[in-house]
Design a binder for this molecule. Structure first.
Ligand code: FAD
Ligand code: DLZ
Ligand code: SF4
Length: 511
């Protein structure tokens, strides 16, 4: 009799996958909590808990639907702690005759599973994960022969192909992109909505992780775990976003304010990345809400959100599969410095950095502009090695999986790819941070000062960055004007600023 073993990875919790359309007695699913996955990065404790909890829920669902499941727990005696060893062991224990898996999202795991298939004697097959709008190679094919990858043209093609907010061949409303109308600062006394959280009791899993002595970062309230851990909670989070946040999403997507960890962001990335919900469901729910309340939700808010999902998210996936494995070692600026210690503790006098890091340690989350223009901006200005920065981003966020982490970090944020993802480095001095946030007023450092012990580090580091990378950047048409400003500065001012930057870089752990 034929016996099939099907592997489900921790980020493949897609209950709508066609695998589950039929119950078949000859098919057994396997899920495993293993050290190769808990230890390839130093993950945030909430990320490990979130994934294990969601995996366990998924297992209950499968069993409830009469599927056969083997679930290998973290501390099981028979857990051999890699996909390869566990699968080989199961094949020989249960005499499976066929093995199947879904396309993994990570290059490393993809290689491991391909290699595994070469070394088992039974037949095997790989199927799509049925989650994304695009296939792995679709973006590479789309830009074939083009000198540059442009997110905007990809986004428009996606809207057309999937008929999202279209009127025939034209964008509904006549305009593709409303970015210009978004990006406002939060008004001073603006009353923010309280984010919905899920008070999940995950204390059992937490204790198991502690017992296994997995090294993690950050903190957790294991009796009140805030993240969704199953499909129902993910749908609830999506409803909350559509009903309460979508109407201001675009306006305040780049805004920042102290002690508010998510503003009008959806926090849906974890649910989507582990596939508890699909990107299609997410955008359809938001479009439906806009159709219900067109007078309350302006189109620019909706468009800004949909662009993140069918634009940026799919674009990053496409870049990943067209540029790996080379992408993972790119270092355009040849940056070599170590990440300051306070990235792991939040103990810095810089208000903006302190807030972004502390909330990341507390919630395993920071919104996009904090990742890009606070922590990422600082790391690039300080010349930190991209490997160090990747390790931090891959560990600290609950939504961090390499395909979307490395393209954002090494690509968009650090420009280590020399301009594949973006056309210029995202760096700024204090003026941008002050324009978009309420951090500077209460900071130890002074946003207007460029030199002196209270000068904001972002100011001198900003010019130091341009100065040291002149040979690589001055010909970039989107940056050339910064060099005109730099060249026109008085030589003594330039020297003072470079000396200040030098001092800060040498004493980076004291900032
Ligand atoms: P919202 O602001 O509500 O946006 C909605 C959704 O759009 C997100 O859930 C996400 O799926 C998608 N999205 C938005 N921006 C991007 C983007 N640049 N790339 C891909 N998808 C996007 N996102 C991850 O999912 N995992 C990561 O590991 C990750 N690392 C990042 C590292 C850096 C340095 C930067 C600058 C960005 C990173 N992002 C990452 C992208 C983005 O910051 C997060 O997707 C977003 O903050 C998640 O929160 P949210 O669900 O509230 O997003
Ligand atoms: C991130 C993660 C962690 C921490 N643990 C597990 C695990 O124990 N078992 C598992 O199947 N998956 C885990 N994951 C997610 C995988 O790392 C992810 O499936 C691969 O990176 C492919 O994207
Ligand atoms: Fe950040 Fe500088 Fe503003 Fe302080 S003054 S909050 S360090 S930008």
């Amino acid at each position: 009799m034929s016996k099939t073993l099907r592997l489900i990875l921790g980020d493949q919790l897609n209950s709508n996958h066609s695998w589950y359309n039929n119950v078949n007695d000859s098919v057994t699913y396997v899920m495993m909590e293993i050290r190769s996955e808990t230890d390839y990065a130093k993950h945030h404790i909430q990320k490990v808990i979130g994934i294990f909890s969601a995996m366990r829920y998924f297992k209950y669902d499968l069993i409830g639907n009469n599927h056969k499941v083997i679930y290998i727990y973290l501390n099981d005696n028979n857990n051999l702690n890699t996909f390869e060893k566990n699968i080989k062991n199961l094949i020989s224990l249960h005499n499976f005759t066929h093995f199947e898996y879904q396309l993994p999202d990570e290059y490393r795991v993809d290689l491991d599973l391909k290699n595994l298939c070469k070394t088992i004697s039974i037949s095997n097959a790989v199927v799509d994960s049925e989650h994304f709008f695009t296939t792995r190679n679709e973006l590479g094919d789309f830009f074939e022969g083009k000198k540059m990858y442009l997110m905007e043209s990809f986004y428009r093609a996606m809207r057309k192909k999937h008929n999202v907010m279209m009127d025939g061949n034209k964008p509904l409303t006549g305009q593709w992109n409303y970015d210009g109308e978004n990006r406002e600062k939060l008004p001073k006394n603006h009353k923010l909505i309280l984010p919905i959280v899920f008070n999940n009791d995950v204390s059992l899993i937490y204790e198991e992780i502690i017992k296994a002595t997995i090294e993690t970062i950050g903190t957790v309230d294991a009796n009140n775990f805030v993240w969704p851990i199953n499909r129902l909670q993910s749908l609830e989070l999506l409803d909350f976003f559509a009903e309460h946040c979508l109407q201001l999403f675009g306006s305040y997507q780049d805004a920042m304010t102290p002690n508010e960890w998510s503003l009008y962001h959806s926090r849906i990335s974890f649910s989507m990345n582990v596939k508890m919900i699909s990107p299609q469901e997410v955008i359809e729910r938001c479009i439906e809400e806009w159709r219900k309340r067109p007078n309350e939700i302006e189109f620019n808010q909706l468009e800004g959100f949909v662009r993140q999902i069918i634009g940026w998210r799919e674009y990053m996936r496409g870049i990943y599969w067209s540029k790996m494995p080379e992408f993972a070692s790119m270092n355009f600026f040849n940056n070599q410095e170590k990440l300051p210690d306070w990235f792991w503790t939040g103990k810095t006098k810089m208000n903006c950095m302190k807030d972004a890091i502390n909330q990341s340690l507390q919630f395993a989350y920071a919104h996009h502009i904090q990742r890009l223009m606070i922590t990422g901006n600082f790391a690039l200005l300080a010349g930190i090695h991209p490997d160090e920065i990747d390790a931090w981003y891959l560990g600290i966020y609950i939504d961090a999986f390499e395909w979307v982490e490395i393209t954002n970090t090494r690509g968009m944020s650090q420009f280590a790819d020399g301009g594949i993802v973006g056309t210029k480095p995202y760096v700024s001095s204090a003026s941008y941070i002050d324009k978009m946030s309420h951090y500077c007023g209460s900071c130890f450092y002074k946003k207007a000062l460029k030199t002196g012990e209270k000068s904001c580090p972002f100011n001198s580091l900003y010019w130091n960055f341009y100065d040291r990378n002149e040979a690589k950047l001055s010909k970039n048409p989107r940056i050339g004007m910064m060099y005109n400003v730099w060249r026109k500065m008085k030589p003594e001012d330039k020297t003072a600023m470079l000396e200040q930057a030098d001092y800060y870089l040498k004493n980076i752990n004291e900032l």
